[in-house]
Design a protein around this ligand. Sequence first.
Ligand SMILES: Nc1ncnc2c1ncn2[C@@H]1O[C@H](COP(=O)(O)OP(=O)(O)O)[C@@H](O)[C@H]1O
Ligand SMILES: [Mg+2]
Length: 321
Amino acid sequence: MSASVNAVETLGLTKHFGSFVAVDRVDFYIPRGEIFGLLGPNGAGKTTTIRMLCGLLKPSEGRATVLGHDVAREPEEIKRRIGYMSQKFALYNDLTALENIRFYAEVYGVARAERAERVADLIAMAGLEDHAGVLTRSLSGAWRQRLALACAIVHRPPMLFLDEATAGVDPVSRREFWDLIYSMAAEGTSVLATTHYMDEAEYCNTIGMMYQGQLIAVASPDTLKDKLPGMLLQIDCDQPAAAERLVDGLPGVIDAAVHGVWLHAMVRDAGVIASVRNAITGGGYPVRSIEETLPSLEDVFITMVAQRRGAEAAPDAGTGD
Ligand SMILES: Nc1ncnc2c1ncn2[C@@H]1O[C@H](COP(=O)(O)OP(=O)(O)O)[C@@H](O)[C@H]1O
Ligand SMILES: [Mg+2]
């Protein structure tokens, strides 16, 4: 075991299923005590990456260490030291919340002398005091998810993997859940989390954007936003979905996408605004305003994927216009 400062390190980490490449030469690291967010659409390879890091799936190529242990050679060492919470985390419906935590304390080998105090701490941390005696089957989704987190960390793992741990949970509960994760990280726990929710990415020190098995960008949320090419326009017009089709593909428009009641367009520079306005009004849709706006991580992701697709479609393109 090395005295690596990083909780996770991967080098060319790859997983094939037959001829299909689910994870494609992924390189990243997570310093101890940091939260790394893996973002990407369904099928991007996030869960497969996590399963390799948890020692549940052998890499096809490349290597990775978790807490200094090699995932291929020492999976058992890793399993004992990590917490892993997926959407399918197994809670026992016929046990109360308290009994579930006690059960996992036993499974994870928490010393008998420490169990009572540990369980009480977790009940308090998860805010489950009023639900401790409730049968798990009667708990709402948000409470079940807090309970699952308490169970997943009952052995105080220094490394926590969260795979869509907040899927299907309402925004307020998701925020509270992340406050818990945040305080754990502040006390030194390292976290790798996958999510579909872009707002959750803001809680992460570092974001990895995954697409078709590859990590297409790794950076802090702010850096990712700064790296966006050009400027982002927020367009208030009639029928934004129809306007999107008019704007997409115009010279200087990198990408356009409906964003709530607006159309968002990433453009090369301010010189493109006039042609965007003309295209929409020319199509018969009145434009009320076009303003520059700050990108969200969702905008970043959409733009990066669009650039990627553009590069794939025109691999031999020169420096462009
Ligand atoms: N055991 C498996 N056998 C074959 N294909 C798989 C297997 N597990 C995952 N895949 C495929 O690998 C790709 C990545 O899956 P996954 O890692 O679950 O993505 P994500 O978690 O980002 O949604 C998907 O196309 C999925 O169908
Ligand atoms: Mg997944």
